[in-house]
Design a protein around this ligand. Structure first.
Ligand code: NAD
Length: 245
C-alpha cells in the first residue's frame, strides 16, 4: 500500500517538481498539497509523510502543526531561521525528520569527498564558489554552507570560527585556515558548487553541477519513502543512501 504524501510549497518550483516525480512512484501517493494561505494543520492530519520546499516561516509553521499528528517530515527549505530550526528540533522528538540543504545523490557524495580532501590537505587554502539562478532568495546556498562545514569538519575546526562570506576593500592577507564562500547569481542556473583546495603550485577542484531540479525532487521522494515508519529522531541523506557518515 502506498504512503500518503503531502506537498508543502506545492505551487513553487520544487513543489511542482516533487508532484511530477511522485507520479512515477507506486510507494507514495500525493494525498494533499498546500501553499500560502492554505490550512496546513488540516492537510497534515491526513498524511503519513510530508515534503516541504517552501520558506523558513512556512517550514516553522508546518513543523509546529505536524507535532500533533506526527507524520514523517522531509525538509528541503534552505536559509532556515533559528525559529524554524527550533520547531524542527521539537518535531524530531515525536516524529522522524530529515533536513537536507540538497537532496541530490551527487552532492551528498561530494560532501564526503570534500571532507576527506580537507582532512588530507589541512594546510591547503579551501574556498567554495556557488552559482544559482537570479531568483534565488538566500545566499550563500544551503549546499555551499554544507560543503564549507564539511571542509571545517575535515580540518577539525568549528566552521563559525573560520568562515568568510564576503571580501571587500583592504582585507589584508588571507588568514591561514580561513574558509571562504563566494556567491554568483544569474540566469537559470539550477545549482553549481565547486570546492577549491589551493596548494603550492597545484590545486584540486571538486565540483557538482545540477542541470535539472528533478534530482532534488527524486532524492526527496527517496528520503520520504525511506523515512515512513522510522522511529522519531533526526536523519540525514547519508542514512537514506546507506553511505558512511
Ligand atoms: P519557490 O519560491 O518557487 O516556492 C516556494 C513556495 O512556497 C511558493 O509557492 C510559496 O507560495 C510557498 N509558500 C510560501 N508561504 C507558504 C506557506 N505559509 N505555506 C505553504 N507554502 C508557502 O521556491 P523553490 O525554488 O521551489 O524553493 C523552495 C525552497 O527549497 C527554497 O528554500 C530553496 O532554496 C529550497 N531548495 C532546496 C533544495 C534541496 O535539495 N534541499 C533544492 C532546491 C531548492
Amino acid at each position: 500500500m502506498s504512503s500518503r504524501l503531502l506537498v508543502v510549497g506545492a505551487a513553487g518550483k520544487m513543489g511542482k517538481a516533487v508532484q511530477a516525480a511522485a507520479s512515477g512512484r507506486s510507494d507514495l501517493a500525493v494525498s494533499g498539497t498546500v501553499d500560502a494561505g492554505d490550512d496546513v494543520a488540516a492537510a497534515l492530519a491526513g498524511c503519513d509523510v510530508y515534503i516541504d520546499f517552501s520558506t523558513p516561516a512556512a517550514t516553522a509553521l508546518a513543523a509546529r502543526a505536524a507535532a500533533t499528528t506526527r507524520p514523517a517530515a522531509v525538509i528541503g527549505t534552505t536559509g532556515l531561521t533559528a525559529d524554524a530550526n527550533a520547531a524542527l528540533e521539537a518535531l524530531s522528538e515525536v516524529a522522524p525528520v530529515i533536513v537536507a540543504a540538497n537532496f541530490s545523490l551527487g552532492v551528498n557524495l561530494m560532501l564526503g569527498l570534500v571532507r576527506q580532501a580537507a582532512k588530507a590537505l589541512g594546510e591547503w587554502d579551501a574556498e567554495v564558489v556557488e552559482t544559482h539562478h537570479n531568483k534565488k532568495r538566500d545566499a550563500p546556498s544551503g549546499t555551499a554552507l554544507a560543503i564549507a562545514r564539511a571542509i571545517a569538519a575535515g580540518h577539525g575546526v568549528e566552521y563559525d570560527a573560520v568562515k568568510r562570506h564576503t571580501r571587500d576593500g583592504e582585507i589584508g592577507a588571507r588568514p591561514h585556515g580561513e574558509i571562504g564562500v563566494a556567491t554568483m547569481r544569474g540566469g537559470d542556473v539550477v545549482g553549481e558548487h565547486v570546492a577549491y583546495f589551493f596548494g603550492e603550485a597545484e590545486r584540486i577542484e571538486i565540483a557538482h553541477r545540477a542541470t535539472s531540479r528533478s534530482i532534488f525532487a527524486t532524492g526527496a521522494l527517496v528520503a520520504a519513502a525511506w523515512l515512513v515508519g522510522k522511529p522519531p529522531g533526526r536523519y540525514t541523506m547519508l542514512d537514506v543512501l546507506g553511505l558512511p557518515s
